[in-house]
Design a protein around this ligand. Structure first.
Ligand SMILES: [Zn+2]
Length: 336
């Protein structure tokens, strides 16, 4: 709120300056040709990212949904992986697929996972990560019906994947200064709420223990999860603040500066288990989570259709995709 207020005041001052300048200009021709000594032009904040196209991001969600449920280990999942790799390559990325087999929480299932890593400026030593999980949840356990069936997962996390693909499209138009790795985590949503934290995020856990490149290091990581919901609220979770507070403030500052303060709220909320946790603890990359948290009567939950069959294309807002996408793109281009 405080930064929004400053931005508002800045706009007000800018407006007042323009009015004054216009007034001065009108009367100028017949008067003095020298501007007053104390008139300083008000500089607009520099914008480095090209325009993030929310229509394009939206179609990337539709395309993912067209493959069916992207449940790890299924044919739809594999078909979608092939498309994702092809798409990143078409946008000029160096793409690596990290394949492995991992155990699920009950040790009964061996899952073939694929983390997809699309790199820009692969030789650059300073690197940053933007990530999202690309698998869809096998169960609608938060729904009241068909609880054992999979969900469309348009927002969780088709939206995050879509934002990363649109970023890749921008990177092809204009190369970022630093190395950027766009990472799609597999098998995030295989977890069970009555099991341990480690039942979730199998892909990022594997990567944390087995980095895709020897001695891999990144300056910071930004994980996107449920970043396309209508009326999304991105709060500051204590885990992200603890591990990468400066990175969180940087992104929230850019979001507010670009006019998306309604989404990037400075309200704090408890930490949570998501891929950023294992990027921090196992991967040793200071990482934050951009995730839609909603305050309910009994604490903080997620977006309203979380882990239900209603997590479909109707739950997606292009305005939210734009707010997140433009902000993270700007963050990537500002890094030197
Ligand atoms: Zn989920």
């Amino acid at each position: 709120m405080f930064l929004s207020y400053i931005y508002f005041m800045y706009k007000k001052i800018l407006f007042a300056s323009c009015v004054a300048l216009a007034f001065w200009s009108c009367g100028e021709e017949s008067q003095n040709t020298q501007p007053p000594q104390n008139t300083q032009p008000v500089e607009a904040p520099v914008r480095l990212a090209p325009a993030f196209n929310a229509d394009s991001a939206y179609t990337f969600i539709e395309k993912q949904l067209s493959f069916g449920f992207r449940v790890t280990g299924t044919k739809s999942h594999k078909t979608c992986a092939d498309w994702l790799v092809k798409k990143f390559k078409s946008y000029g990325a160096e793409v690596m697929v990290q394949s492995a087999t991992v155990s699920t929480y009950d040790r009964k299932t061996q899952l073939p996972i694929q983390n997809i890593i699309a790199s820009y400026n692969p030789q650059a030593s300073k690197r940053i990560i933007f990530s999202a999980h690309w698998d869809s949840r096998p169960w609608a356990d938060e729904d009241s019906v068909r609880k054992t069936e999979p969900i469309p997962a348009a927002n969780d996390a088709g939206s995050g994947v879509a934002v990363l693909l649109e970023m890749a499209r921008l990177f092809q138009q204009k190369n970022p200064t630093v190395g950027v790795d766009l990472i799609l985590w597999d098998a995030e949503d295989w977890g069970k709420s009555d099991q341990t934290a480690e039942s979730y995020c199998l892909g990022s856990q594997y990567w944390g223990l087995h980095p895709h490149k020897a001695n891999y290091q990144a300056y910071y990581g930004v994980n996107l999860d449920m970043v396309g919901g209508i009326g999304a609220q991105f709060l500051q979770d204590e885990g992200s603040l603890q591990y990468a507070g400066a990175t969180m403030q940087k992104l929230w500052g850019i979001g507010n500066e670009l006019g998306y303060g309604n989404y990037f709220s400075y309200e704090k909320c408890p930490g949570l288990v998501d891929d950023h946790l294992f990027m921090n603890t196992l991967g040793k990359v200071p990482s934050i989570d951009v995730i839609d948290r909603r305050k309910g009567e009994d604490g903080y939950g997620f977006f309203e259709h979380w882990h239900t069959h209603q997590d479909n294309i109707q739950s997606i807002s292009k305005e939210t995709l734009k707010a997140v996408g433009q902000s993270v793109a700007e963050m990537a281009y500002r890094e030197k």
